[in-house]
Design a protein around this ligand. Structure first.
Ligand SMILES: [Mg+2]
Length: 362
């Protein structure tokens, strides 16, 4: 099975309600879809959402990276030489992790099809299902409480609460949400780099003293502030999850060696795909650091790839794959199946995606 061409498409899926974090507000999941064609009847699908404020990618930059730098390196390569293909993607250019991720997952899709197995079985086959949290967007406290109560009514047992306004507003947000939901509901707090190191310690300690029972706090400080992240981790009992601080395998090495965080959030758009996600996962496991699988605002194409990775690996113990739950409809046929917070995969080969509706040529 040889790679023949890579086609590019645009996909836009409206959200049920605006998605708001400390970094941005968006109304639709926008994506570049890649279709890797082979000399057989099989093709592989991948996706890159252009998340400019986090990865620096735009739709046009992702398309240019795939078209001009990655595609010429891959045409003619045999899918059975997965390692060789990954080497070429990795060395095609620096950065551009979303473009690399889109092609990486499409190649893994083909790899599964080549060997007639669902991808998660080829990668490890550890789990039968995943339980995802759902994001509560950053809003005025009353709106966040309403959203939280509704999410619990919809069957979610884990909420990821977006904060970032600082002290005392964020403490009040978490306090009121904790009061409003049943005690068994797990709360994760994501500041998306919105706090300073000292402010983080102040807020997290207050949450601890008030017994708000927070499972973890994600990326309290700026992405590049590794010392600040370590300061927070060292000064609170609550587990600290590194997200924007870890893109590459090297970032993960640094964070782990410094003990700057307790947990690592792996997102395919940061790592450049499954190949590097596997490396970070294995590295973290060696140091007894558990990983979360997270996502950008992705459709069910990239989410399906992330779900295959997470289902395969023992060390992925936390799941934040709520993109499809936030979207108004699912444009993907096949792929990951969502039943509220529960995600399962089919036994179809590769990613198991049979078609994607609403694609327009790029
Ligand atoms: Mg995050």
């Amino acid at each position: 099975m040889k790679i023949k061409d890579i086609e590019l498409y645009r996909l836009s899926v409206p959200l049920k309600r605006p998605f708001k974090t400390a970094l941005r507000t968006v109304d639709a999941a926008e994506a570049l879809i890649v279709k890797v064609l082979t000399d057989t009847e099989h093709s592989g699908y991948g996706e890159a959402p252009p998340t400019a404020v986090i990865t620096g990618d735009t739709l046009e930059s992702v398309a240019g990276a795939v078209e001009r730098f990655i595609k010429p390196k891959l045409v003619g390569m045999d899918v059975s030489n997965l390692e060789g293909i990954m080497e070429r993607i990795e060395t095609s250019m620096v950065h551009n992790t979303s473009a690399k991720a889109a092609v990486d997952m499409a190649v893994y899709d083909l790899y599964g099809k080549l060997y007639h197995a669902p991808l998660y079985r080829l990668l490890g086959g550890y789990r039968q299902f995943l339980e995802t949290d759902v994001t509560i967007s950053l809003n005025e406290v009353g709106v966040m409480v309403e959203d939280s109560v509704r999410a619990v009514e919809d069957g979610y047992g884990i909420l990821k609460v977006k904060v970032g306004g600082g002290f005392p507003a964020d403490l009040e947000r978490v306090r009121q949400i904790r009061k409003a939901v049943p005690p068994e509901v797990r709360l994760r707090v994501d500041a998306n780099q919105g706090w300073t190191a000292k402010e983080s310690v102040r807020i997290i300690r207050a949450m601890e003293e008030e017994g708000l029972d927070i499972e973890l706090v994600e990326q309290p400080v700026r992405a590049g502030d590794v010392e600040g992240l370590k300061f927070v981790t060292d000064h609170v009992a609550t587990e600290i999850l590194a997200d924007e601080a870890v893109f590459s395998v090297q970032n993960a090495v640094d964070i782990i060696q410094l003990r700057a965080a307790d947990l690592i959030n792996i997102k395919l758009m940061k790592t450049g795909g499954i190949y590097n996600a596997l490396k970070i996962c294995g590295l973290a496991e060696t140091y007894h650091v558990s990983c979360m699988i997270g996502c950008m605002l992705e459709t069910n194409v990239a989410i399906t790839a992330a779900a295959h990775f997470a289902m395969a690996k023992r060390n992925v113990t936390l799941v934040d794959l709520d993109g499809p739950a936030l979207s108004r409809y699912n444009p993907v046929q096949g792929g990951a199946l969502f039943d509220g917070s529960r995600i399962t995969l089919t036994e179809a080969p590769g990613l198991g995606i049979s078609a994607i509706e609403g694609l327009t040529a790029f």
